[in-house]
Design a protein around this ligand. Structure first.
Ligand SMILES: [Mg+2]
Length: 455
């Protein structure tokens, strides 16, 4: 290997903990009667398949296939079909992350169902026992099965978890000697490597690179020239040299909230409600992360597949000062919308993008702006009061919000979810709907959950 390159790491392990068939596992958490049965979860507006249980996978159901194409297959095989219930998934995700944080001081959540854990010192020394124990504890406390991949770098850890899932062995480690690593990597195609997109995966075979082992052996400097520095880093990561740092400098710079509508929308009044709702969501997230921002962009568009000509417009507005004030951002969003709205189009989607995001200590303030500061303080307090009242409500209950968000649950822009599971994790009444005996019935009587492993 090239002497100008850093040498592979021999200390510290990255573990990626990845929930198996996450959304499908969440749906069976409160419906144990569905375990072992084919089950799929659909995207918003019940569009395509976004998650499958192991049994649904073995029926040959693929990710991303539109639900209407699978109707006959669903019926013939008694496949349980669910609309997505992101409130449930993020609650289960929160519980999984909480368990992990209990055992490991450095947890970096990577997606709703994945987290990187850094194991060094004692944790590294006992990783062989720790990983099976973690799998057991997550199942016990959060109720979902996970797989763990272990290696010296994140890229290798992702591949290790890929192998763990394929072999259904729980944990798999790629912190191995070079010969064994190359052997295993030669069985993995480049498109399965973390960070290698579909387009790049199609171009790499032109250089004679089809497997992870071949990419690992490629000249990183040449590949950087041909493609990108990102590929240079990936090659080194495959060689066991840590190059990618997800956690460092990852403060968000933008925050988006958007959704396809359940039905086509033509009225400005409906669009205003939708845009105000998305703005409210984005600002709540901004505040929950302790950040402020100054710019909002509003987009509206018709369907890509409609019979009428495609129409899309966007507009942005800078606020006078940085804040996380829903009122100020909603007013700006409404002005953006008025500028871009054209009557007569069947709108299919709207969204807002908050940009110029900063942490409050990065914002320079003018000392002379006393009047502005007083008003700002008043609004900050108002938002804090709203957030604290809303924190006491169960998700799904009526929330305190701006009147511009509207309250018609049947407004045409609202998402269609015909097969959504009830919000059992927050409402006892929803649990009471469950049929049959078993631990859930006892839990209803006690009004406390049994540990998931008893369910
Ligand atoms: Mg997963």
């Amino acid at each position: 290997m090239d002497s100008k390159l850093p040498s592979p790491s021999s200390k510290g392990l990255w573990a990626i903990v990845d929930c198996n068939n996450f959304f499908a596992s969440c749906e069976t958490l409160f419906r144990p009667d569905l375990r072992g049965k084919p089950l799929v979860v659909l995207s918003s507006n019940d569009g395509c398949v976004i998650a499958r249980s192991a049994e649904a996978k073995s029926l040959g159901i693929r990710m991303g296939v539109p639900a209407f194409q699978l109707k006959a297959l669903f019926e013939a095989n008694h496949v349980e079909v669910f609309s997505s219930n992101f409130r449930l998934y993020s609650e289960v995700s929160r519980r999984v992350m909480e368990v992990l944080a209990h055992f490991c001081p450095r947890v970096e959540q990577y997606s709703i169902d994945e987290a990187f854990l850094y194991l060094d010192g004692v944790l590294e020394a006992c990783s062989a026992e720790l990983c099976p124990y973690l799998i057991d504890r997550v199942l016990h406390y959060a109720g979902v099965p996970v797989s763990i991949g272990l290696a010296r770098t994140r890229t290798l850890a992702k591949l290790a978890s890929h192998i763990a899932k394929k072999r259904r062995c729980g944990t798999f480690s790629l912190a191995l000697d070079e010969k064994r690593t190359v052997e295993l990597l030669s069985g993995i195609r480049v498109e399965e490597i973390w960070g290698i997109g579909r387009r790049l995966a199609k171009r790499l075979p032109m250089q004679g690179i089809e497997t992870a082992a071949q990419l690992r052996a490629a000249d990183p400097f040449r590949m950087q020239k041909l493609y990108s520095v990102h590929l240079f880093n990936t090659i080194l990561e495959l060689r066991g040299v840590p190059m990618i740092d997800v956690g460092a400098g990852s403060q968000r710079r933008t925050l988006a909230a958007s959704r396809s509508f359940g039905n086509r929308v033509t009225d400005l009044a409906d669009l205003r409600e939708a845009v105000a709702t998305f703005t409210g969501q984005a600002l709540r997230r901004l505040r929950s992360e302790g950040l402020v921002a100054r710019c909002i962009e509003v987009r509206i568009r018709t369907s890509y597949f409609g019979r009428v000509e495609f129409f899309e417009r966007k507009s942005e507005e800078y606020l006078e000062r940085y804040s996380a004030d829903t009122i100020a951002f909603t007013q700006a969003a409404m002005r953006c919308l008025e500028r871009i709205y054209e009557p007569g189009h069947p709108y299919a989607k709207a969204g807002v993008l908050i940009t110029d995001v900063k942490s409050p200590d990065q914002v320079q303030r003018s000392l002379l702006d006393m009047e502005g500061n007083r008003e700002e303080e008043r609004r900050t307090r108002l938002m804090a009061v709203m957030d604290s009242i809303n924190a006491r409500c169960a998700p799904g209950d009526a929330r305190l919000r701006l009147a511009s968000e509207g309250c018609n649950k049947n407004a045409p822009w609202r998402t269609l979810k015909t097969r959504k599971s009830p919000d059992r994790e927050f409402h006892w009444e929803a649990i009471a709907e469950e049929p049959g005996d078993g631990p859930l019935k006892a839990a209803r009587a006690r009004k406390s959950f049994p540990p998931p492993n008893e369910m």
